[in-house]
Write a protein that binds this ligand. Structure first.
Ligand code: 5AD
Ligand code: SF4
Length: 453
């Protein structure tokens, strides 16, 4: 705390008005959550947040490494900061997140982007105040090489974006080593937070009025593996649901090899848990699944889907799909089309396979052209669009409960548990609250409704 006070003093002496910070997130919900912690740390030091890069005293890019085009886009964005830094040499430029957990990326930043002042990874966000202090005091860059820190630091301050939606990291890292994926290399080994720490954070959010809580982990179904007590993900869900109040709990991501009947039964028994389950399947062909090191077959995947359908009325599923994995043939890709048509996901995140150096798949032969893979992706997107329209149509005439997110004059948008957007008109402002809506029709990819209350 003494150290933090020194930094706060340094910042308040250095700037006449509160200095401004811009934290830009690339990538997934975990990164969004990390960025909220980075903003919390900066706020604690005396910074205010701004959306304007040119006015910023510190710019932090929280980066993603999942696909090559994410990295290329980020390098483009970092490059654009060069001119800003020239205009305002006192501006601190910092890069953190998954991308800089790779030594070759840190080396590239040092060589080609010498105006970057601070580089730090994903597992030690709380070090940021020290890096800023040293950067100012020593007039020296603070470029950390990737490390794999194992501890979990609790009570990092957090500045949340929304008043009704929040995420809670329940675990960090991943031990699965799916053959295409860089995450285990950049986020390190899996470790779970203690149930009591998660429960405290959850209760705090509910008491502050948060209504939509997403539990985050690379594979939430293996939560608890490294805890001293015997306590798994189903136990955690049950524990959180003892909290009174009206809220919805979502969780991302589940791994089909680890989700089990116990989790499904807990969802069935606790209406506070979302009736949409995100269950990334990645592809519809058993040979490719084996090559991907996913450790389940399509028949096992369908068993859990069917069990959930039997147990939880109205349950829906969303998923992630990769097309064009090395060696995948058109016939094998067609199995993915078949699966998508069979399950009828409400939401699908589709990607073309991207080679990540250091992963097993990067060494596999890949002789399908990018053009062909794009054609497969487009076919799949088209199939999914029709499925979404079918789902949207099935809601017309029904009553749904949704959380109001945005207001444009008298028009409001609300989101259903399955992430469908519903638009309605109201004289009263229900932003950040649940409302009952009678669905009247469909407009583009969203629904229209009359407000019931
Ligand atoms: N190429 C394409 N997509 C990938 N994903 C992970 N790694 C890759 C890769 N190398 C996708 C998976 C995962 C989602 C978060 O990103 O579908 O579930
Ligand atoms: Fe990557 Fe697989 Fe871990 Fe998900 S479960 S983060 S796809 S290695």
């Amino acid at each position: 705390m003494d150290y933090i006070e020194n930094i706060q003093k340094l910042i308040s002496d250095k700037f006449e008005n509160p200095p401004l910070a811009n934290v830009k997130t690339f990538g997934c919900a975990q990164n969004e959550n990390d960025s909220e912690k980075i903003r919390g740390l900066l706020y604690n030091l005396g910074y205010s947040m701004t959306d304007e890069l040119s006015k910023s005293d510190i710019v932090i890019f929280n980066t993603c490494a999942i696909r090559e085009n994410a990295e290329l886009k980020i390098f483009g964005n970092i490059g654009e900061l060069k001119a800003l830094k020239k205009e305002n040499p006192n501006m601190i430029v910092a890069v953190c997140g998954c991308m800089v957990m790779q030594q070759h990326i840190v080396d590239k930043i040092k060589k080609s982007y010498p105006f970057v002042d601070i580089v730090f990874g994903v597992n030690n966000l709380e070090i940021l105040p020290h890096l800023i202090y040293d950067c100012y005091m020593e007039h020296k860059k603070q470029i950390l090489n990737p490390n794999e820190k194992i501890d979990i630091v609790e009570n990092v301050p957090i500045l949340r974006e929304s008043k009704s939606k929040a995420s809670i990291s329940i675990m960090f890292g991943c031990d699965n080593f799916c053959s295409y994926c860089i995450v285990p290399y950049v986020r390190g080994r899996e470790r779970s937070r203690k149930p009591q720490d998660i429960l405290n954070e959850f209760k705090q959010l509910i008491s502050e009025g948060y209504k939509d809580i997403t539990l985050l982990g690379q594979n939430v179904n293996s939560y608890g593996k490294n805890l001293e007590e015997k306590f798994d993900f189903a136990d955690l869900l049950k524990l959180l649901c003892t909290t009174t109040g009206e809220y919805v709990i979502h969780f991302i991501s589940s791994h089909p090899k680890d989700i089990n009947k116990k989790v499904i039964d807990v969802i069935r028994d606790n209406p506070q848990i979302s009736r949409q389950i995100h269950l990334p399947v990645q592809c519809g062909n058993d040979r490719i699944l084996k090559e991907m090191n996913r450790k389940y077959t399509i028949s096992q995947y369908m068993d859990i889907i069917n069990y959930a359908r039997e147990q939880i009325p109205g349950v829906t599923f969303s998923s992630d799909i990769i097309v064009g994995f090395p060696g995948e043939t058109f016939e094998e890709y067609l199995d993915t089309e078949k699966l998508v048509k069979d399950v009828k996901f409400t939401q699908l995140f589709t990607y073309i396979y991207s080679k990540r150096n250091g992963t097993k798949a990067a060494l596999m032969e890949d002789n399908i052209s990018h053009k062909e893979k794009s054609e497969w992706l487009n076919r799949l997107i088209k199939i999914q669009q029709d499925i979404v329209f079918e789902h949207l149509n099935s809601f017309i005439g029904k009553t749904v409960r949704a959380l109001v997110e945005e207001k444009h004059g008298k028009m409001y948008t609300a989101r259903m548990q399955n992430t469908f957007v519903v638009k309605f008109e109201s004289d009263t402002d229900y932003t950040d609250n649940f409302v009952n809506l009678k669905i009247t029709g469909k407009k583009g990819t969203s629904l229209t409704a009359d407000l019931l209350i």
